[in-house]
Write a protein that binds this ligand. Structure first.
Ligand code: DNO
Length: 394
């Protein structure tokens, strides 16, 4: 029993091409129509053209990552009803074209966030990292968010002051860009001024208020996904704690349990992203993989090394604080369970992110989405999977 091995592709402009993906040994592609505006309906013709392009290379488009959720839906303001209708139509169109897994997220304003995209590891390879202290100095001294200090401890404030005082203009611009310009896959980017304005929309929001809006959204779209034979797979918050005063809804087992229970359906599930969920040391990933097994429609395998002051470095796939062997074993057992129950058994998996290695530095790749770094991650995970399977006697 094996994962469907996939790699993410950012479309025809991605320097890591479909040919590269095939050479890495993946059979599946994870992509989205990134050229569309957030909120547009994905038309059948456009989906079909993209699908043909992938199939011509002998690959299969197995997961959409992501159909972005419009900000109006997250705050249930403005044009949210129209946007929900559009979202439903996109689900129907994707189902019609036989693409049955949709990854999405419900993070306010920013998708995934890192503060350093060039962190040098002891090997000389480059990794992505997140530092809460760097984020705090951006928050308090660059963004100048009102009452931002209230969200940090005295020690964090002091460390952030020191961090900020050492930044030169270039580093300051880079930090701002890393946070606001949008990492690959985030369909939004902001200037400081625009971001300040948007942030006001979340002033009154705590986690529960945003969770209610997520549940309302799910109640609307999940019946459509069921009819269309589509499985929705919400991606956890990354990082899995509040940043810049914004609420979080998919960071803990309780939050995941609520969203699965309140809208109970085989079409309502999750993307099990070990790198995102693993940042919270109290998240027991082995247990979560077991307990949420049935609802896991898509897997991102990535490792992280937790550092002091809520920082983390994206480590090698098999090294770090995520117990990758045990987690992979649980997920493989889940696929065996599905098979014995006569169900659709194989879960698509992608090695999430890769280091910048060897020739990765020669081309302008999307941060985290290197060719060689991800190929290494995939190869290691493939070996891990084979070892576990052999130990099962399969
Ligand atoms: C980062 C990714 C995110 C993720 C979206 C899902 O590398 O895991 O871009 O795809 O948040 O909607």
């Amino acid at each position: 029993m094996s994962f469907i091995q996939t790699l993410r592709w950012f479309g025809p402009d991605d320097p890591v091409t479909l040919d590269h993906i095939r050479q890495a040994g993946a059979s599946g592609v994870v992509t989205a129509l990134h050229h569309l505006r957030n909120g547009d309906v994905w038309l059948v013709d456009e989906i079909r053209i993209r699908k043909k392009l992938i199939e011509k290379k002998g690959l299969e488009w197995v997961v959409i990552e992501s159909v972005p959720v419009h900000e109006d839906i997250k705050t249930r303001t403005g044009d949210f009803l129209r946007h929900i209708d559009h979202y439903k139509q996109t689900i129907r169109n994707l189902g019609r074209e036989g693409i049955n897994i949709i990854c999405y997220n419900f993070m306010p304003l920013l998708d995934w966030t890192r503060t350093d995209l060039d962190y040098e590891l002891h090997t000389g390879a480059k990794a992505l990292m997140f530092s809460k202290i760097a984020l705090a100095s951006f928050d308090m001294f660059i963004l100048n968010r009102y009452q931002a200090q209230d969200d940090y401890t005295d020690i964090e404030i002091k460390l952030a002051q020191v961090y900020y005082s050492k930044l030169d203009t270039k580093e300051l611009e880079r930090l701002t860009k890393n946070i606001l310009a949008g990492l690959p896959g985030s369909e939004e980017s902001y200037s400081l001024k625009a971001f300040r304005k948007k942030l006001r929309n979340y002033k009154e929001y705590n986690d529960t208020a945003l969770q209610n809006n997520l549940l309302e959204f799910l109640k609307e779209i999940i019946p459509v996904a069921e009819e269309s034979d589509v499985r929705m797979a919400i991606h956890p918050d990354d990082p899995p704690f509040s940043i810049l005063g914004m609420p979080r809804v998919v960071s803990t087992p309780d939050q995941i349990e609520t969203l699965l229970k309140e809208v109970n359906s085989p079409s309502n599930g999750i993307t099990f992203c070990t790198g995102s969920l693993g940042v919270r040391h109290e998240n027991d990933l082995i247990r979560m993989a077991r307990e949420f097994g049935q609802a896991i429609h898509f897997v991102h395998l990535r490792n992280i090394q937790r550092e002091d002051n809520d920082a983390f470095i994206e480590s090698d796939h098999l090294e770090g604080d995520v117990p990758m062997y045990e987690v992979a074993k649980e997920l493989l057992l889940e696929m065996h369970r599905r098979k014995s129950a006569g169900m659709d058994d194989r879960i698509p998996m992608r090695p999430d992110h890769g280091h910048r290695l060897i020739a990765d530095g020669d081309i302008q790749v999307n941060p985290g989405y290197t060719g060689i770094g991800r190929l290494k991650g995939l190869a290691e995970l493939r070996g891990l999977e084979m070892g576990i399977e052999k130990s099962f006697g399969s």
